[in-house]
Design a protein around this ligand. Structure first.
Ligand SMILES: NC(=O)c1ccc[n+]([C@@H]2O[C@H](COP(=O)([O-])OP(=O)(O)OC[C@H]3O[C@@H](n4cnc5c(N)ncnc54)[C@H](OP(=O)(O)O)[C@@H]3O)[C@@H](O)[C@H]2O)c1
Length: 267
């Protein structure tokens, strides 16, 4: 049912997520990578099927996830053998920066494509993945593809025109968050906390705070206001962050990453 080509960082985590979530049986997942060791390790651990090659993945499955590096897509389509019933196939590309129009061009337009942009936390089952598609797919297919991405985090359907903003807000942002955790820990270390404890306190606080926001669905400003007691420690820190331009730096960071992605897409 689901075939995955490329079992590197992303492919492997996606296979683990799909398999561990129970979305479908391991025996309905077929995988292939040019490194046989990667396939053998996953198939013996998860009970997924090792496919002979890329063509077998296409022929044996309806949903095909392509998780090779972006520069490997063209070669992959060129070297594919005969694929039966191409128009029944739903091909999901996670290749960063590759537009649906480019996928159609390099593959002779017969497949029905989804383009997805997952992010690094897919590796721990907490990814944020944007998913876009053309109109030639059914509602059921859209739902199923979303459920694939939900199995290792959260999937969200967006218009393809938003993919550059997705790079700014979720694709590149794990780096910004690592920087925030590191900086918070530096402050605590400066005031005497051991470094390993400082990372744990900062990271757990970020994770818990994000969970609160997602679960309560309340406005982040309101939640912030609630923890700022009049004349207390938190509003003191908030003033320092405002004086130091934290919010405007973050807005500029998201805009810059988005613009860089737009620029790269024009080449
Ligand atoms: N990492 C991220 O945070 C992230 C986020 C969003 C999207 N993506 C996208 O995800 C895709 C995969 O990234 P990754 O970091 O997982 O790459 P990766 O670790 O290099 O994994 C790709 C795997 O596919 C294998 N491969 C290459 N050509 C193949 C072919 N024709 N058939 C079967 N296997 C093949 C590679 O083998 P070799 O190593 O021998 O070439 C490697 O094992 C990329 O297109 C990237 O743009 C990544």
């Amino acid at each position: 049912m689901i075939g995955v080509i490329g079992c590197g960082n992303m492919g492997k985590s996606m296979i683990e997520g799909i398999s561990n979530s129970g979305l479908i049986e391991g025996s309905q997942i077929g995988i292939f990578d040019i490194n046989k060791d990667k396939v053998d390790e996953l198939s013996s651990r998860l009970g997924v099927i090792s496919e002979a090659d890329e063509t077998a993945v296409f022929n044996n499955h309806k949903y095909i996830i392509i998780a090779v590096k972006p520069n490997g897509f063209e070669k992959l389509f060129k070297t594919l053998g005969k694929v039966e019933n191409k128009s029944d196939k739903v091909v999901i590309s996670i290749g960063a920066g590759i537009k649906i129009a480019s996928l159609e061009k390099m593959s002779d337009k017969n497949y029905r494509f989804f383009r997805a942009m997952p992010n690094l936390p897919v590796l721990v089952g907490e990814g944020m993945s944007a998913i876009s598609h053309r109109e030639n797919v059914s509602e059921g297919e859209v739902e199923f593809v979303k459920s694939i991405f939900d199995s290792f985090g959260k999937g969200d359907i967006v218009d393809e025109s938003l993919m550059d903003v997705v790079v700014g807000i979720s694709g590149s942002s794990p780096a910004y968050v690592f920087m925030i955790i590191e900086a918070m820990a530096d402050g605590a270390v400066l005031k005497g906390m051991p470094r390993d404890k400082a990372y744990k306190y900062a990271a757990q606080t970020l994770m818990g705070t994000a969970k609160m926001l997602l679960e309560s669905k309340e406005h982040p400003g309101l939640l912030k206001d609630r923890v700022c007691s009049p004349g207390g420690t938190t509003i003191e820190a908030v003033k320092v962050l405002e004086d130091s331009g934290l919010r405007s730096a973050m807005i500029k960071a998201v805009v810059s990453a988005t613009e860089k992605s737009e620029e790269m897409g024009k080449k």
